[in-house]
Design a protein around this ligand. Structure first.
Ligand code: HEC
Length: 102
């Protein structure tokens, strides 16, 4: 019976996480971080404000997990030195603004 309870709790957790993948992040803080560090290459590659990298039809990021890992990789690549909280803020921003993953 105990294992059933654990299973149920895990299912509940999974459902909650799914409903709002970046609930811990603050989109406003994320936008500030993003606009400071993350637009230079995207603008060079895609023009405008660079947001086409997120909105083009064949964009690479297809779910919340991929978005999180992409942001993490870009954080490392660019030497931004963000903490995990900062990544969560940016994830919340990009998801709210562009991706809208559930
Ligand atoms: C050194 C240049 C550069 C910088 C700086 C940069 N990016 Fe990128 N970004 C890229 C390239 C190149 C791609 C891949 C485009 C492709 O795959 O077609 C990309 C793609 C992405 C994607 C995936 C878009 C998709 O296809 O859905 C995300 C998300 C992203 N970047 C986030 C960030 C974040 C967050 C930062 C700031 C920490 C950042 N990038 C800074 C070059 C950069």
């Amino acid at each position: 019976m105990k294992s059933l309870t654990v299973l149920f709790a895990a299912a509940m957790l999974a459902t909650t996480a799914h409903a709002s993948p970046f609930a811990k992040g603050d989109p406003k803080t994320g936008k500030a971080l993003h606009d400071k560090t993350c637009t230079s290459c995207h603008i060079r590659m895609f023009g405008g404000d660079g947001s086409k990298v997120y909105t083009r039809a064949d964009h690479k990021t297809r779910d919340a997990e991929q978005l999180a890992s992409r942001i993490s990789a870009c954080n490392t690549n660019t030497g931004a030195g963000w903490f995990p909280e900062d990544e969560a803020h940016v994830a919340a921003y990009l998801n709210q603004q562009y991706y809208k993953f559930k």
